[in-house]
Design a protein around this ligand. Structure first.
Ligand SMILES: Nc1nc2c(ncn2[C@@H]2O[C@H](COP(=O)(O)OP(=O)(O)OP(=O)(O)O)[C@@H](O)[C@H]2O)c(=O)[nH]1
Ligand SMILES: [K+]
Ligand SMILES: [Mg+2]
Length: 423
């Protein structure tokens, strides 16, 4: 990792300001070449930027952060230049012409921060989520991980584990010396408490749900008004609506935030046993699969055919009263009952998402946390202490994997590939 990298870290030009970052062993040299007189460390200075031929490129605010106490853990320079397309292009070209510098890959600055121990994996994952956050809930969820709160909690668990392991080792050592020693009376309870603390966080809904959205499937017989309701909820004419039964053939998906909760609305082909052509029959099969994959299913049809757990919705409520007890009555045409429907979606959606202002894991993290808890629960205080020590070691390794101590290259490639260039 001796290469020096550079990239535009701010948004796509044109913009008022462009921030170009340079990280690596030659960052200082590169900055000196561009601006002639180096600024003092960590103190912004206005400088003329010139390329190798002495051609003036821009006047920019420049910053110099000597490593290792920097965002990447390496020597780091920042150029806050004018954000015009040609200005940014000229400065990037000048940097590219300097020996030993190359353009950064997506996420490479952050990957170096991780490699140099400036952030751990949980923080890097939080950062990736924070940068891709589109809703307020996503932002708040990601903040806790990106800000290190999740890592600190895990570090606390790790410290407790180390304490337990030390107590067990001490008893084992004493036993070697034919001496009498035993574990503290409440040792078992404390172990159980730690396993419980880990379980509580691991069992909360995974943070990916904030990103992926809650799947709401609209299903029912042909012409029930599924596509009309789909459009009404989206406030968009996304699906084709006609009076002809069998209009919708394919599964149609649209993400939408309702009451700040991320949903994916899914419109499906009307289900009927007879009279469907070949194309419609395929659509019906897809509809059945969509219903199975739906976290919330809105059934616009007879109560008798309602899939288990689905919400019974009486549609076209402006036309006729239902002769059965529906959970909701709505009209896509007049808009009546839509508020009740969105309230129900928001309420159920919120329950299926990680709680706001509480720590939550992504699926990868939750897998390792549960593994750690399982090892802790396997410890038998009155049993073989060598075995107990081994279980505690395995639990600690699982927590280490959680924050990325010894993570695999593919895993890191996948994570840092989610970042944009310049981050
Ligand atoms: N009066 C009234 N008509 C409705 C309502 N919702 C849908 N319609 C009409 O019912 C017909 C069918 O509506 P769609 O939304 O296409 O029904 P669908 O369930 O998607 O139908 P398929 O895709 O063919 O299965 C259209 O003529 C709509 O205008 C409603 O709430 N009130
Ligand atoms: K229709
Ligand atoms: Mg339809």
């Amino acid at each position: 990792m001796n290469e020096t990298i550079y990239a535009l870290s701010s948004g796509a030009p044109p913009a008022a300001i462009g921030v170009i970052r340079i990280s690596g062993p030659r960052a200082g040299e590169a900055l000196a070449q561009l601006c002639d007189t180096m600024p003092p460390p960590r103190s912004p200075r206005l400088r003329q930027l010139r390329d190798g031929d002495g051609e003036m490129l821009d006047r920019a605010l420049v910053l110099w952060f000597p490593g290792p106490a920097t965002a990447t853990g390496e020597d780091l320079a920042e150029l806050h230049c004018h954000g015009g397309r040609a200005v940014v292009a000229a400065i990037l070209a000048a940097l590219g012409a300097i020996e030993g510098l190359r353009e950064a890959e997506p996420g490479e600055f952050t990957r170096r921060a991780f490699a140099n121990g400036r952030i751990d994996l949980a923080e890097a994952e939080g950062l990736a989520d924070l940068l891709s956050a589109e809703t307020e809930l996503q932002r708040r969820g990601a903040m806790m991980a990106a800000g290190g709160e999740l890592s600190r909690r895990i570090e606390g668990w790790r410290d407790r584990l180390l304490g337990f392991a030390a107590a067990i080792e001490a008893v084992i050592d004493f036993a070697d010396e034919d001496d009498v020693a035993s574990l503290p009376a409440d040792f078992g309870n404390e172990l159980g408490a730690l396993a419980g603390d880990i379980h509580r966080v691991a069992e909360r809904p995974a943070t990916e749900r904030l990103r992926d959205g809650i799947r709401v499937v609209l299903a029912g017989p042909p012409n029930a008004g599924k596509s009309s309701l789909f459009n009404a909820l989206l406030a968009d004419e996304a699906a084709i609506v006609t009076a002809e039964a069998g209009t919708t053939r394919d599964v149609l998906e649209r993400p939408v935030a309702i009451g700040g909760i991320p949903f994916v609305l899914v419109d499906t082909a009307g289900m009927r046993e007879e009279g469907a052509g070949a194309i419609e029959a395929i659509g019906i099969e897809r509809a059945r699969r969509a219903v199975q994959g739906g976290e919330i299913v809105l059934w616009l049809g007879d109560a008798a055919d309602k899939p288990e757990g689905a919400v019974l919705v009486h549609s076209k409520a402006d036309l006729e009263e239902p002769d059965y007890a529906a959970d909701l009555e709505v009209s896509a045409v007049t808009g009546s009952g839509l508020d009740d429907l969105t309230n129900l979606l928001v309420e159920r959606g919120r329950a299926a998402l990680p709680p706001v202002d509480r720590l939550a894991f992504n699926r990868r993290q939750s897998g390792w946390a549960l593994a750690a808890a399982t090892y802790i629960e396997a410890v038998e205080v009155t049993g073989d202490l060598l075995l107990a020590a081994e279980n505690l070691r395995s639990a600690r390794h699982a927590l280490d994997r959680l924050v990325g101590r010894d993570s695999t290259e593919e895993m890191l490639d996948a994570l840092f590939g989610r970042f944009c260039i310049g981050k």
